[in-house]
Design a protein around this ligand. Structure first.
Ligand code: GLN
Length: 278
């Protein structure tokens, strides 16, 4: 195993920082051996089979092509749970964990909750895990991502009501919600060049970008939907792009929402907000 570890570090040295390399190496070895991090240390003299070596080479090839480690392994962790991810869904981000934590604190335990644009299902599934008496609904425009989300719900023993919907056109609901949450696409297309190669080339465009001339497009539509289908006193939660934080607050203020709270993520950026339906 030591030889393989050296090989991984050597081959990826130009692509990743030392800390990234350390964690990628551990993740790869753990995937291949099924050992947790402590077991890796204890078993560092294990000899890999040809098949295991072959797997390492396959993973290395993908990583050298800048594929994000989460897609290479087909999995990631979010809120302490395991999620399968593929290129049909956005890789769940740590900022979004902070949003989930906030919702779990604020929502009453047996709420009706809707996650719009669920992607991998990370928000909906984590909420259901932490608030098992809630009824959680989740939609996405993409059938493919709903497939991944459904798999993730099963994997985490959570029962979620998934449905396909394009929120830009969807305006009917038989259910009234206590909480509506969304982490919609929010990066203006003109910022694309500034994004990391890995994000730009592997993550689904439909989950990332909004038109330059209408960056609040999804927030507007979702807030309009929430005006109709949130109960009075119900809460809307958004993950937001820090550059448009103030605009999102204004948007909600000018609609039927009050007591709007803007929160920063761990790196101090305006990242999420909550408003209460009048
Ligand atoms: N809800 C998913 C997440 O938070 C997907 C978001 C998206 O694709 N814009 O990761």
């Amino acid at each position: 195993m030591q030889k393989t570890i050296k090989k991984i570090k050597r081959e990826l040295a130009d692509l990743y920082s030392d800390t990234e390399l350390q964690s990628i190496t551990r993740l790869l070895i753990s995937k291949i051996t099924d050992y947790n991090f402590t077991e890796i240390l204890v078993n560092k003299n294990t000899i890999f089979s040809d098949e295991q070596e072959q797997n390492v080479d396959n993973y290395l090839e993908k990583l050298k092509n800048h594929m994000p480690i989460q897609y290479v392994l087909g999995e990631t962790e979010f809120c302490g749970l395991h999620f399968s991810v593929d290129e049909s869904v956005l890789i769940p981000r740590p900022e979004t964990e902070e949003l989930v934590e906030w919702i779990v604190k604020e929502a009453s335990p047996n709420s009706n909750i809707l996650d719009i644009g669920t992607g991998s299902g990370c928000i909906a599934i984590s909420i259901k895990h932490f608030l098992p008496n809630s009824e959680v609904f989740a939609c996405d425009i993409s059938e493919e991502s709903l497939h991944t989300a459904t798999k993730n719900a099963k994997q985490n023993n959570t029962d979620i009501h998934f449905f396909q919907a394009d929120i830009l056109k969807y305006s009917k609901s038989d259910v009234l919600y206590d909480v509506i949450v969304s982490n919609p696409p929010y990066i203006p297309v003109y910022e694309k060049d500034m994004l990391d190669f890995k994000v730009k080339n592997y993550e689904p465009s439909s989950a990332l970008y909004v038109p330059d001339d209408d960056p609040l497009l999804f927030y507007k539509k979702i807030a309009e939907f929430a005006e109709l289908y949130l109960v009075s006193g119900g809460k809307i939660f958004f993950e937001i792009y820090s550059e448009y934080a103030k605009d999102c607050v204004e948007l909600l203020k000018n609609m039927s929402f009050q007591q709007i709270i803007l929160k920063q993520d761990i790196s101090g950026k305006d990242r999420m907000l909550c408003g209460i339906k009048k």
